[in-house]
Design a binder for this molecule. Sequence first.
Ligand code: FAD
Length: 543
Amino acid sequence: MTAPIRNITIVGGGTAGWLAAALLNSLLREKRPQQDAIEITLIESPDIPTVGVGEATVPNMPRTLADCGISEAQFFRCCNSSFKLGVLFDHWNVDETGAPIRYVNPFDPPPPIDGVPLAAYYLKYGAGDLEFAQLFSPCLDLREEMRGPRPFRAGEYPRGPGFAYHLDAGKFAALLRETCVARGVHHVYDNLQEVELSETGDVAALHLEKGGRHAVELVLDCTGFRGLIINQALGSEFLSYSKYLANDRAMAVQVPHLTDDIEPMTRSTALGAGWTWRVPLYNRVGTGYVYSSAHRTDEAARDEFMQWVGPAGEGLEPRVIPMRVGRNRQNWVRNCVAVGLSSGFIEPLESTAIHLVDMSVRQLITYFPDTSYPEPLRARYNRQMERLYDEVRDFICLHYALGNRTDSQYWIDAREELAVSDALAENLALWRHTLPQAGDLDSAVLFSPQVYHAVLLGKRVYDMGFKAENFAAGYALDEDRWWDFVARNRAKLAQFTNRAANHRHLLREIRGELMGRERRAVERGETVSVARAEAELADSSLL
Ligand code: FAD
């Protein structure tokens, strides 16, 4: 007999568990009429820590937060958040002299000119000293001047250039927990010890250390890399991506800001056996090294990483995090759906994992079942998640396949020994002769052809044998039209940049801390010492 689902049990209290709870609560539970009421319970271990990383996001994040009912001001205050205007890639490729190059992957899409991809014009005529991204995105100019993506007094979640956030992962999970519990999600601190299956193989109940038997209907496995229910109890096969991606470990450390500047960007710097992330928050910088254990021991990786971190890391010791890279063959099995690291993980080069949590929950809502858990719903959900994971994997693989470093065995292996999917191999051959198009990609939910353009141009593949001279053959390109576009767009972007507020001061305004004398000084364009402003804020008589 089938019936509507009345209970959802989430196991795991990391970002995935609490974000799933918050989205299900606001998008599903709170919108239901009383007679269809759904109860949501989240069970989290009091002993097993969360992964404790995951601090960079993608531009969907404002929508995620708004849908969770969280204001931007609350989010910035509680999570020491900052703005992210893109990812700056450093030393992933080298120029013809072997010197490192850098490029940005911005969040703003390059607009076509009269239907012609901007990249085609750029390849044909160039733009002087300007990088491709500088023609359509203010992100590099804003970064240069350490500004945020908006002026003061812009209000909550305003529209503007593409932006995402950096956040403190632990504080973000705590904010989500507080929000959920205040809105009726049941919270249980207990350890899952055993999963009880029914005769049909469904999850019938969870046996908890203190609470005993907890009967379930729909279960979300958010237990992290362990995959306690989806893999261990239900036996969903984990498909490793190790033949595509070599990095299987990371180490992370939090360091102080050494100056008042807060870079409004994630930085990814390629080292000898992987790459580092640098995520500047309001109050500190989160940084880490993602590397291949086949090419570096933990000790050697630590030494290389801490040397790169420099004086900010003095006296600090990074924490090593083994990574399970790949995805489950099926992320929805019977009455259990895996969300977060239990469903899969791809190295965090494009910071997509939190967004995949959001997308998993929205897909689940789209294909929401009754207690018969119809197979077509599960099959379609599984297919969608498979496509998303494979899309992210191929996009990340592109960065290695098109690397040209020869200074370490890691970079040579990354280019020559790692596999790429058949679809990517076919596209890489094609893109030597033409620009990426929508029809080339099996899935372009997260990464559009224009994002591929930015990466290919950033890596300067057109100086590496890609036949750029043919690219524009099919387009009627008007050179006057191009220079007019460049001049007009640069003027617009410069105007925007000049109006945008200093990143740190903007964060202080959103946090509700930019007041009195400091605000007046900042608005007059004077340089303000943050230490002094904080001291003055503590002394309210000055306000
Ligand atoms: P976890 O944080 O591991 O949480 C698992 C939960 O399950 C915990 O609460 C634990 O207590 C609970 N649990 C486990 N066993 C039991 C049990 N027996 N009983 C009860 N509860 C149990 N994502 C991004 O979007 N951007 C990034 O920049 C980014 N960087 C990353 C860098 C690294 C090195 C790694 C490894 C990941 C990164 N991620 C990033 C991914 C991101 O960290 C995760 O997607 C996110 O934190 C969600 O993790 P989770 O909740 O699935 O797992």
